[in-house]
Structures are given as C-alpha cells and as structure tokens.
Design a protein around this ligand. Sequence first.
Ligand code: GDP
Ligand code: IMO
Ligand code: MG
Length: 427
Amino acid sequence: MKSDVILGLQWGDEGKGKIVDYLAAKYDVVARFQGGPNAGHTLEFDNIKHVLHQVPSGVFRNNTKNVIGNGVVLDPVIFRKEIEALKNYNIEPFYNLYISKRAQLILPTHRLLDAAYEKSKGDSKIGSTLRGIGPTYQDKTARIGLRVGDIISEDFKKKYEILKSKHLNILEHHEIEYDLPSLEEDFFSALEYIKKFKLVDTDYLINQSLAARESVLAEGAQGSMLDIDFGSYPYVTSSNTTCAGVCTGLGLAPSKIGQVFGIFKAYCTRVGEGPFPTELKDEVGEKIRKEGNEFGATTGRPRRCGWIDLPALKYAIMINGVTQLSMMKVDVLDTFDEINACTHYKLKNGTITDTLPFDLCVEDISPVYKSFKGWNTDITKLNDYKSLPTELIEYTLFLEEELKVPINIISVGPNRTQTIFKNNHFQ
Ligand code: GDP
Ligand code: IMO
Ligand code: MG
C-alpha cells in the first residue's frame, strides 16, 4: 500500500480539515507530518464545529489511528487543552492517538523568542502565529532541540535547563515581558499529561501499517506557498508544507506516496504579512471576507482576500505532484456577478508570464485576469455535480483545463455533508 496525502496549495486555510475529516472514514491511519499549533483545521458535522491545531483531523473517527509524526513541532500545553476540549465528544484519544518520540517539543521560551523576533523585525515582521514554530524548527536544525522521547529520560530537566539558558541569553537583548515560572508550571504539568499517551516510533508504525495493507492519509498543515523552500520566502512558515515533507515528516520513502489531493479555495486568502499578487483591498475583497467568514481559525485575525491565482496554483501542483484537486468554499462566490481568475502575471518590465518569479516580494506584479459570469445561485443545498449551475461548471472546466488535474471534490459549505463528488472515487 501507499500513503495518500492531503495538502493545501495556497497560503493555508484552504479547508484541509474538512476534507481530511470527510475522507478519514475511508482510512485506517491519519498522520500529521509537519507544522504544529500554528495550524487551525476546522471540522463541522452534526451541529459540532471543532478546530484542531495539533491533533490529526481523523480523531472523530473512532476506527482511525491518528498519528503526530516526527516532522511536527508539539506544544504540550496546547495539546492538553485540545485533548480536554475533545472529552465531550465521546472519542478515545488515549486509545487511538500516537505521538512520535522524534517530534520536537515547543518550549515556553520558544514562544517568547517568536514574540521577541517578531517585535524586533518591526515593519518587516512575518505575521507569525506566535506559537514558537520558527524558533523550535531553528533549534531542530541547529541540533539542540528537545524531542518528545526525551521527556522520559532521567536527565530531561538538565537538558531543558541548558536549552532554556541559551534562550534566556538571547531574550536578554529583547524587550519583552514574561512570567516564566508560571509558563514552566503549565509546561511541566503538560509533559506529565503527555506521558499517558502512546509515545512511539511512528516511522515504524506507519510503514508497518502500509505493509499490513492498512490505508494511510497524510494530513498537511499550512499551504504550499508557505513552504520554507518554495513559498514566498521569507514570509513563510519554517517547515516543508509540500509533499516532500511527508517523506521526512513521517519516515516514508518517496515510492510510498500514492494519491496527492491538492486543496484550494475557489478564490484565495492569506493571513499574516507577505506578498499576495491577487489581493483585493477594496469592497470586493471585503465581500469575500464577509461571505467566507475569513478570520483565522488559530489567531482570529482577518484573512486577506483576493481572486484565485493560477500561476501560484500551477506551481504548487507541480512541486507536489498533485493527482486530484478539491475546490473549496465555492458557495462563498454565490452572490458575485463577476468572478475573476488570474491567469498570468505582468511584471514591471512588461513581461507576461505564468511562472513564479524568484522573489515575489520585490517583483511589482500586476495580475492578468480572465473574467467569468457569476452563477448567482445558492449552491449550498446542492449535492450532485450535474445540478450545479452552468456558469460554475464552466468555471470548473476552465480551471481543470488550465491546471491539468481533475477537480474531483467541490465543496459548497463548511459541513461534512456539503461535499460534491464529480467522480465518485470514494463513495
Ligand atoms: P484548514 O486550515 O485548511 O483546515 O482550513 P480552516 O479550517 O482554517 O479554514 C477553512 C474555513 O472554511 C473553516 O471555517 C471551514 O469550516 C470553512 N469551510 C470549509 N469548506 C467550506 C466550504 O466549502 N464553504 C464554506 N462556506 N466554508 C467552508
Ligand atoms: P493551517 O494549517 C494560514 C502563516 C502565519 C504567518 C506565517 C508564519 O490552518 O492552514 P508561523 O507561526 O508558522 O511562523 O507563521 O505562516 N501561517 C498560516 N496561515 N494557515 C495556517 O495553517 C498557517 N500557519 C502559519 O500567519 O504568515
Ligand atoms: Mg487553518
């Protein structure tokens, strides 16, 4: 067996959580491979709306094993809160959740460093979620990080103190206020809590699952345009959000990757700073934000909104090897008379291109749009591809033609049930 992958193709928040939750019923294992509590994945069903940050989105399916892989950075304090919030839902996280011993730990001082670095950047701040993601991955690559498996070792406290003092030395040069003893109290009590979970070698677990012909779904966080190597650097997150991250973040060989489901919105959003060629800073952007309720699931920040960006999407499809697409939040465009799709970028020197320039940040890009007539129909109660309005089908066919990958899922609302399949692979 091979592992399928779900990942976001834009700047995050594409609706990955909804699709993972939907498809999880068909998988034996759902595994997060990168990121951490910067993610906010929203699931809606049976009048429940739930936002998950570190726990995989298969957790509501009792027969699915949920794995937090080695590529994840884990904040024990946020993890405990998440698990406690799940207690009311009659699920068994102690039984079906597995945490990699190799996952890196987010320390309280990592969060403080994140805040300090952001503050010191002034106007060029990244707009980080302030969850300590960047500093934790920094320590991982500097080979000084602490891992989940370390918490059971006798000298953990000593290792912790060594890393903490390195962090405090840096923090001395920054003006931020903090109450470390209280943060540490929460941290150490959360570590005790984590010890009750299955702390395992998830690399073996996943490979053995595949060998036993169990189906595995890798759940991406963030989006391809936030990838540390391929995103709009430096306005990115600190992990490989793309398909390659599945191999390093779970211990899977490239030959073990199966279907790659690319998730994108029928338009585009971004939260935090950084370039966004198709951003609409006018009333149209405002209308998308309102109709799409575009506010961050983790930080509550308003998301920046704009039209779909096909050069960026094509790039993301290329680097991920996407085999199927899911178009999300199509209903948000239900009341627009005109819908635009950016097909090319016009650069300052007059060049028209559909490839991404080296540095999206310095290029002065004007999007070239193709315009579509809106469908002006409420599609939220439709459940069959053939019943979709003609204008929407035309938009979909145009995107498939441009992107060269089939759009098999069309999402017409946040609820699990508001999901239309074009080709019924899964039903
Ligand atoms: P993720 O980070 O990719 O999992 O996405 P988020 O959960 O951060 O943001 C997606 C938001 O859109 C959530 O509030 C979802 O409930 C919502 N959503 C997902 N699919 C649809 C859809 O098709 N239509 C509408 N209106 N909302 C959707
Ligand atoms: P999900 O999984 C949208 C953005 C932040 C910031 C940049 C770096 O819900 O799609 P970080 O805290 O990672 O150092 O922030 O990345 N960002 C996200 N934007 N969705 C996310 O996750 C994000 N995770 C990080 O806003 O611009
Ligand atoms: Mg999100």
